[in-house]
Design a protein around this ligand. Structure first.
Ligand code: NAP
Length: 319
């Protein structure tokens, strides 16, 4: 039987609808909407698209959203000063700095900027204090993509406690926080990476397999225990026909889409996994849309925490 499709797009839309009345209630109670400050440095085309989506989603749920732009020539000092201004702002509850920052700012600029965001307002959860609190299982705000995966697993009724989870990828923004969130929900967690020998054999132990690698179709049928839940975080733009035809047969609608557009967005999980897995997130339409929904959730949580209305919402510590 083919895997149950875990529809992240539908869940994201539902979550954003759920947030709206809560935003309205906050606005009535506090005389202002929750506020999100988005910092964009330079004109990276992909960042422009991501930021546009975030501004749109925030405005639609009823937030005040301010896009704060700095030119490509801005210095690290300029970026830090802007973050400090937003930290001090009464009307901004959440701050996010869109990455990447211009290379000229230096290799450690990004983390320095993230670390300067007040942990109360760190809606991306990338700052050192936010990460430390997550490690200790007393998070304030958690990185949106892994938080979205947990939201999806829980709402889809996929058990985590006592299960073996394998996370492929150990990045600071996805792999590590993902592993910690699963661990704090009592999964036994293995983190695999590029130096893991016999990756397929390691993954075959997983009841929950999360792929956060960035390699199209890496996870094949033989990586997956029959019935496992497979979460595909990967977002890879495939532009060569050999890779596209390795993923889809010539008569598949996705292959036809590749032929007409010249490229295709695919995940880290090969489509053949649908024959073995019990549940599977599609790409597109799986984890991606949940990231934005969690950003909305985090901003509302930050606003409510700042006014003392709640301790931890959404992906809080385990009970
Ligand atoms: P990253 O920083 O490049 O990390 C990739 C990880 O995968 C690294 O830990 C790397 O291992 C591991 N890896 C690379 N090749 C491997 C292999 N052959 N076998 C096993 N592990 C391997 O990437 P990221 O930022 O975590 O993102 C991962 C993917 O998720 C990307 O496709 C990205 O576009 C996507 N993403 C999606 C969303 C969303 O909203 N859906 C959000 C963020 C990221 P080493 O540590 O040993 O190098």
């Amino acid at each position: 039987m083919p895997a149950r499709v875990l529809d992240g797009q539908a869940l994201s839309a539902r979550m954003q609808e759920e947030i709206k009345p809560r935003v309205k209630a906050f606005t009535v109670a506090h005389g202002r909407p929750p506020g999100l400050g988005i910092v964009l440095v330079g004109n990276n085309p992909a960042s422009e698209v991501y930021v546009r989506h975030k501004v749109k989603a925030g405005s639609e749920v009823g937030f005040r959203v301010d896009l704060e732009r700095l030119p490509d020539t801005a210095t690290l000092k300029d970026a830090l000063a802007l973050v400090e201004r937003l930290n001090a702002s009464e009307v901004h509850d959440g701050i996010l700095v869109q990455s990447p920052l211009p290379k000229a700012m230096g290799s450690d600029a990004q983390q320095r900027v993230f670390d300067t965001i007040s942990a109360d307002k760190d809606v991306d959860g990338f700052g050192a204090e936010s990460v430390g609190l997550l490690v200790q299982n007393r998070p304030k705000l958690v990185a949106c993509t892994p938080a979205g995966v947990i939201e999806l697993l829980e709402r889809e009724g996929i058990p985590i406690r006592g299960k073996h989870a394998v996370v492929i990828g150990r990045s600071d923004i996805v792999g590590k926080p993902m592993a910690l969130l699963l661990l704090h929900r009592d999964a036994t967690v293995t983190i695999a990476h590029s130096r893991t020998p016999d990756l397929a054999a390691v993954c075959r132990h997983a009841d929950i397999l999360v792929a956060a690698v960035g390699k199209a179709g890496l996870v094949r049928r033989d990586f997956v225990k029959p019935g496992a839940a497979v979460i595909d975080v990967g977002m890879n733009r495939v532009a060569d026909e050999a890779t596209a035809s390795d993923l889809y047969p010539p008569d598949h609608p996705r292959f036809a889409l590749f032929k007409s557009k010249g490229s295709l967005l695919v995940g880290d999980v090969h489509p053949e996994v649908a024959d073995v897995a019990g549940a599977l997130t599609p790409v597109p339409g799986g984890v991606g849309p949940l990231t934005i929904a969690m950003l909305m959730m985090n901003t509302l949580t930050a606003a409510r925490q700042r006014v003392g209305a709640e301790h931890v919402d959404a992906v809080g510590p385990r009970e």
